[in-house]
Design a protein around this ligand. Structure first.
Ligand code: HEC
Length: 129
């Protein structure tokens, strides 16, 4: 393929991708979020209630006060509702946990830079499991 048309195709693809991601239905977004969750969070977290691993279960996390699962040994940064995980706070926490809860114990976790990926993970966490 001629280089010029290859460049044109690449440009067209990147222009098309963005609205597709933004305009995707809630279901598609949650499905993307499940894959992203599996890659970035599942080593330490489950979304099943009562399934606490290295990190606490994230069942019903959206809207939940931090540190609210009985029996989990939270850091003082998250214990006893130090933070309420509404969507905006959760978004910031996943981007950079230090910004929301300095001294947290969610390590090693580097944060997720992409706003689209964070939104998809949050959509997945909001979806009934
Ligand atoms: C390396 C293991 C690890 C990874 C990876 C990880 N976490 Fe955590 N997470 C933890 C631990 C441990 C805690 C408890 C931290 C504390 O007490 O300070 C935690 C706490 C949390 C909390 C607070 C829960 C509560 O009940 O207060 C949320 C929300 C959370 N993680 C979301 C995520 C999301 C979303 C991802 C993926 C984008 C993720 N975590 C990736 C280990 C991890």
């Amino acid at each position: 393929m001629a280089l010029r048309s290859r460049i044109l195709l690449t440009a067209a693809a990147s222009v098309l991708c963005l609205p597709a991601a933004v305009g995707a239905g809630a279901q598609d977004t949650a499905e993307d979020g499940m894959l992203l969750f599996n890659n970035a969070c599942r080593t330490c977290h489950s979304v099943n209630k009562g399934d606490n691993r290295l990190g606490p279960s994230l069942a019903g996390i959206v809207g939940r006060p931090s540190g609210s699962i009985e029996g989990v040994n939270y850091s003082s940064a998250l214990a006893d509702g130090a933070v309420t995980f509404d969507e905006a706070t959760l978004d910031r926490f996943i981007e950079n946990p230090d910004a929301v809860a300095p001294g947290h114990g969610m390590k090693p976790f580097g944060g997720i830079r992409s706003p689209e990926e964070r939104a998809a993970i949050i959509a997945f966490l909001k979806a009934p499991s």
